[in-house]
Design a protein around this ligand. Structure first.
Ligand code: FE2
Length: 584
């Protein structure tokens, strides 16, 4: 199958027939989430290969074995382990045989049974959830401010941090709060020097409480302030306000407030966990890729060079999104058992994230700039940015070189009717519904085409990896990242105890559910950024370009490994650890 642009293909009839077939197989539906485009059904060809299933099955095996041992130690939780063991066989069916009925089986197995609401006697009980897998170091650093601060530059929510550009009367932080972590410093100086940063979780404001599967619980929408102390390389948390409106009952906490501070940090961690998972990870990687994939198969003939490049980067995405929509995100689905708001609200947050998303603005370098986190003078260390830029540059060069093989000029881009159709379908309100793609509703230059392809691939590989794989450590240590607050927010800064902090944390059976989901997600690593299946590129001219790309990534692997020798190691953007697609 020779890669050809439509304007160069003499067999227009075969091409048209392929597109008719593509439109039949890949159809949009907007009925699963409000106004969000998903596949109406997943074609068989989108089911991942057997070696992907093997990775998932192995992860399930580890989770089940670990949960069984934890169950024994914690006293049993109403048969969750037995259900997980049964789920293993249905998961196999889900992957290999009868997808639809296996989904129902898995859901009902996981969700059956009574909720025990087993109270943790101490923080150690959460750590006892680690049996076959080792608890990560952060299990012993729960109250360490440096560890907390690191989550916004190297955790599962690396998109949240933004530079402070002015004072917000709704967030009245005192200079003493800043000076407590950055001696002789204050708001004015830190802001003027670009050293003041904020994580604002306003996107979670108004989410209603949830009581499915356990006691009533909530998610907060805090503001969290960070300062980079002079001479330091990393931001340091200095103030947290849990509610949105300042009042006597909604104080600003700082590092001098003892257990009140610890309670405030855990509220911030809950918001960070949900915002990272729902607003950024699910909405802005999974659900931006989905309509691009549908539109691609509806618009490109199989021998279109763009589809040939993208297909490996689409592997498993429709499948995993379908699974998510049917099992993880619905009302009374897997997340509903331990999340602090209703699944209806989760879907609304998802929709709000996509409604406010603009693809062109999301371009990796552009977004770093608009967030104000691109300056290494003011924010010297930001591993997601620093390692991401290396991978981004190599990826852009590879994509540009590939695009130049098939498009001799910008005019070739404009004349490519299938490419124009792809952009239209991906962005049409009754199609993919993603805003800000291309140039004036199409694509007219090689550089804009390369940029669009590079961002789509980067988001579905590097960015997704950076958001998914920290979960294995961050979210299995439940007190570090609960998905809900089980006690109301504190109304004063002083007078709290460790018991008040512990009251915020989930019962052990809900903790165990979160643990299982986080471990499974974190262990399910399949594929590698540059490992294209051997039959992907049959055009011999691609071979040297791909070889150059692989060489660049291998040099980056080395460079990041060297960096890790002189900083707290960050492994999530090592090219060898970045899957080629969103497949978990
Ligand atoms: Fe994911």
């Amino acid at each position: 199958m020779k890669p050809l642009l439509p304007q160069h293909d003499s067999d227009a009839v075969a091409r048209a027939a392929a597109l008719t077939e593509g439109k039949k197989l890949y159809r949009f539906t907007h009925d699963i989430y409000p106004s969000v485009a998903l596949a109406a059904e997943v074609p068989k060809s989108e089911v991942p290969p057997d070696d992907w299933s093997a990775v998932i099955n192995n992860a399930v095996k580890v989770v089940v074995s670990n949960q069984r041992k934890a169950d024994k130690i914690l006293g049993g939780h109403g048969g969750l382990v037995a259900r997980l063991t049964d789920a293993k066989t249905t998961l196999h069916d889900l992957i290999h045989k009868d997808f639809a009925s296996a989904i129902n089986d898995v859901a009902s197995l996981l969700l059956a049974g009574n909720v025990a609401e087993i109270e943790a006697k101490s923080v150690d009980d959460y750590i006892k959830l680690f049996q076959d897998v080792q608890a990560p170091p952060l299990a012993g650093q729960l109250h360490d401010d440096a560890t907390f601060s690191r989550r916004v530059i190297a955790g599962a929510d690396p998109e949240i941090l933004e530079r402070v550009r002015g004072r917000d009367p709704a967030f009245p932080v005192s200079d003493s709060a800043i000076a407590a972590v950055s001696p002789n410093d204050n708001w004015e100086a830190a802001q003027a020097e670009g050293r003041l940063y904020i994580a604002d979780y306003g996107m979670l404001d108004g989410a209603p409480p949830n009581d499915f599967g356990g006691p009533k619980r909530t998610i907060p929408a805090p503001r969290v302030l960070f300062v980079v102390p002079r001479g330091s390389r990393v931001p340091r948390v200095c103030a947290i306000q849990i509610g949105r409106t300042p009042s006597k009952d909604n104080p600003v906490f700082d590092t001098t407030h003892g257990w009140g501070w610890e309670i405030a940090k855990t509220h911030a961690a809950i918001a960070d966990t949900i915002a990272g998972a729902v607003w950024f990870h699910h909405a802005r990687t999974h659900l931006v890729a989905e309509p691009a994939i549908l539109a691609a198969h509806r618009s490109f003939a199989p021998n279109h060079p763009v589809l040939i490049l993208l297909r490996p980067h689409f592997m498993g995405t429709l499948h995993i999104n379908h699974l998510g929509a049917k099992v993880v995100f619905p009302e009374h689905g897997v997340l509903d058992w331990f999340t602090g708001t209703t699944q209806h609200a989760v879907r609304e947050v998802t929709h709000a994230s996509l409604s406010s998303f603009n693809f062109n603005d999301s371009l990796f370098t552009r977004r770093l700039r608009s967030r104000g986190v691109d300056d290494v003078e003011t924010l010297p260390e930001f591993p997601f940015r620093d390692d991401g830029l290396l991978v981004w540059k190599a990826l852009c060069e590879w994509v540009q070189s590939y695009v130049s093989l098939y498009y001799a000029s910008d005019a070739d881009v404009g004349k490519d009717s299938e490419l124009q159709s792809w952009v239209r379908e991906w962005s049409a309100p009754d199609g993919g519904g993603i805003r800000g793609i291309g140039q004036n509703g199409g694509l007219s230059t090689r550089s804009a085409l390369s940029e669009t392809l590079a961002q789509l691939i980067f988001s579905g590989s590097a960015v997704h990896a950076a958001m998914n794989f920290p979960v294995e450590q961050e979210m299995t240590v439940i007190p570090n990242s609960p998905w809900a607050a089980y006690a109301p927010p504190p109304t004063r800064v002083d007078g709290y105890t460790e018991a008040d902090w512990r009251a915020l944390l989930p019962p052990l059976d809900q903790a165990q559910r979160q643990f299982g989901v986080a471990l499974l997600l974190g262990m399910a690593r399949y594929g590698r950024l540059d490992a294209y299946p051997s039959n992907t590129f049959l055009d011999p001219r691609v071979t040297p370009l791909l070889a150059a790309y692989k060489q660049q990534l291998s040099a980056i692997e080395q460079q990041i490994t060297e960096r890790n020798a002189s900083r707290v190691p960050y492994i999530h953007l090592l090219p060898s650890r970045i899957p080629q697609s969103i497949n978990i």
